[in-house]
Design a protein around this ligand. Structure first.
Ligand SMILES: Nc1nc2c(ncn2[C@@H]2O[C@H](COP(=O)(O)OP(=O)(O)OP(=O)(O)O)[C@@H](O)[C@H]2O)c(=O)[nH]1
Ligand SMILES: [Mg+2]
Length: 414
């Protein structure tokens, strides 16, 4: 009678097989995702140029004629000129040899005692290029349209000063390092909603998707205000824990926010997990890890005015955001809530903290307005005010109300 209710052995073995098959499928899907991410990285490497090393040589000077006092022409110089209508990729495509050599000065001749100067060579590069020597010395920062810099001088023509021997032109390799120019830089982990925010506040149409590293190259969008004021915002590929040791896309894009005037930190209120293989991080941990990665890249980044927005508030059904905001307000005391290895040495001071839903455009307009006000406020601060502000910011957290921007106003009025 009982045997009627016993489950046959066959049933279990079939079930185990089914579970095994499902695990295999899951693993292969994970592998596929990883391969896809690798492929995206490879494609990106081919496509996006933000640095180009070129060889430059000034023209040689022409020979003089001692007998008649003839002077050789001067060699041409190599100039780099910034232009809005060009990208580094075009610079490369138009001259893949990456060699730029200016013209040689002509020799002095019996009938033309003064040799002609060699032709200068002009290289058009995008605005925002910083020219560096191989030793790391910066030759010039071309931050505005039409600025120019000489990167290799031509040699002098032969004359009484050099025994009538034309001189060689300067030869070197220089790197054209492009840094985007934007007023505000978005920093956040992958999937935080940076691109969604950019799309909400500007006409930019960045790619948005639920997988990490959707954005693989920086993009600048412009926020337009009713009075036609424009403020630019740079969206960057997401940073992850360990970016300083080249995890994810690494630190290489952070140079693009080095020149911004203000940083907007975007943090997913649900925290972050790269994949099931990696540990999941809470929103508060994510924020501290971001702070740490910025610090490891360049501690000066922590001194920039900063705004923090907790995104995806529409999914925050347990009102976790208020608790996390309290933790941020109670820094550094609340550091005790997270393991020591996540502690940055120095904390970013936020001027404002917001909750938002970039997807539903909740609070995005208010943030847009405040960003403008803060930019203007900081632009108006004199150096003395800034040092007062720094003193103020160094007070222990208990001694000051959180919203430091109100205090900035106070300081300004003093
Ligand atoms: N529920 C909800 N989802 C959002 C919100 N903002 C963004 N998302 C979703 O989150 C995912 C990631 O958004 P992205 O804007 O691509 O994120 P990102 O920070 O640019 O990501 P990376 O480019 O990979 O660094 C997408 O599926 C978005 O639709 C939000 O406010 N609420
Ligand atoms: Mg993105």
């Amino acid at each position: 009678m009982l045997s009627k209710f016993l489950i046959p052995r066959r049933f279990f073995s079939r079930n185990i097989k089914d579970i095994k098959r499902r695990i295999e499928i899951k693993e292969s899907k994970e592998q596929e995702l990883e391969e896809e991410a690798e492929e995206r990285k490879r494609r990106f490497k081919k496509k996006f140029f933000d640095s180009l090393r070129i060889y430059v040589r000034g023209g040689g000077g022409g020979q003089g004629i001692p007998k008649y006092g003839g002077v050789g022409g001067k060699g041409g110089d190599v100039h780099v000129i910034s232009s809005k209508d060009i990208t580094l990729k075009t610079v490369y495509d138009t001259n893949p040899s990456k060699r730029y050599i200016a013209g040689t000065g002509t020799d002095s001749r019996k009938r033309y005692l003064l040799g002609e100067d060699g032709a200068d060579k002009e290289i058009l590069v995008p605005v925002g290029v910083c020219i560096k020597t191989d030793e790391g010395r910066t030759i010039a920062d071309l931050n505005e349209e039409g600025q120019r810099a000489i990167v290799a001088r031509g040699g002098d023509g032969g004359s009484p000063y050099n025994n009538f021997l034309g001189q060689k032109g300067e030869v070197r390799s220089v790197t054209l390092d492009l840094k985007l120019i934007a007023d505000i830089g978005l920093v956040g982990f992958p999937n935080a909603g940076k691109s969604t925010f950019l799309a909400a506040i500007s006409r930019a149409q960045p790619k948005i998707a639920e997988y990490p590293f959707t954005t693989i190259q920086p993009q600048v969008g412009t926020m337009m205000y009713r009075d036609y004021r424009q403020i630019t915002v740079a969206d960057l590929p997401g940073l992850i824990e360990g970016a300083h040791v080249n995890f994810g896309m690494g630190h290489k894009f952070l140079k693009h926010v080095e020149r911004t005037k203000l940083l907007l930190f975007l943090v997913d209120i649900n925290g972050f997990q790269l994949s099931p293989k990696y540990q999941s991080r809470s929103a508060f941990e994510t924020l501290l890890l971001l702070n740490k990665e910025l610090e490891l890249f360049n501690p000066e980044m922590l001194d920039k005015p900063a705004v923090l927005a907790f995104n995806k508030i529409d999914t925050d059904h347990n009102s976790n955001a208020d608790h996390v905001i309290e933790l941020v307000k109670n820094l550094p005391d609340s550091l005790s809530e997270v393991p020591k290895e996540m502690h940055p040495n120095r904390l970013v001071k936020f001027d404002e903290i917001f909750k938002m839903s970039a997807k539903n455009r909740e609070n995005t307009d208010i943030i847009k307005q405040r960003l403008r006000e803060l930019l203007d406020l900081y632009a108006g601060l004199k150096e003395t005010d800034k040092s007062l502000l720094a003193d103020f910011q160094n007070l222990p957290s208990g001694d000051k109300p959180y919203s430091s921007n109100k205090e900035i106003r106070k300081i300004k009025l003093v």
